[in-house]
Design a protein around this ligand. Sequence first.
Ligand SMILES: [Zn+2]
Length: 241
Amino acid sequence: MEFYVTEDPIIKCSNCGQKNKISIDDLDYDSYFIGKYNMGERFEHVFGYEGICGCCGTRFSFSIKGDEYPVGALEYQYSEADGCEIVFEPAIAVNYIGYDIPEEYEDIIASSVGELIEQIRRDYSVVYQITSRQFEELVAELFVEKGYDVTLTPARNDGGKDIIAKRNDDGIPICLYIECKQYDINNPVGVSIVRSASGVRAHDKVNKAIIVTTSRFTRGAFKYANEENHLIQLMSLNELL
Ligand SMILES: [Zn+2]
């Protein structure tokens, strides 16, 4: 099993504004053991880079990090930057080739989306044990149940919309962009995610952006969504189940 960055990150120098594309091959990779929790071990995978702006000579560094929990699942991704801004943050993905999934997770990882929904309706904690892609598939299926035609966007090409859901309401076509955030309950969805989903919605001129999470939303996120009125909706997975 291998955690990897799917595309070349692009950064912008904080001093002169020069954009630099950094090759994936130039990233330094390291992984750290964070601790042992109720579902087993947690690791952090870090893809870091230190460099000098080719235009003005300013030093910069950044890192793209992914938390693995439980073993084999990318729980969430985040980043840090110093002396630069990450203008394109590629997704971290997991390559399972050659990896034996631990027996205790085999059922969860191997089950079909329909079975998964049933499992989660019985035991909500299962939702924290699946991969982020499975979570997207699960949310997509719940919108299918609501009569939408859904398309999952490619994992590597995530621009504020994981799912595109379309429906025809009495001749009126409706198009939704759905962003899925499978976060731990202690890691609420903040305003920056709402703002970026809202930006993508406005740019692509679709009816509504929906953010579905297993966590909760910050006060700032709610305030921003309220100001956007019906154009953006924040949902807990519970509301969909
Ligand atoms: Zn510069």
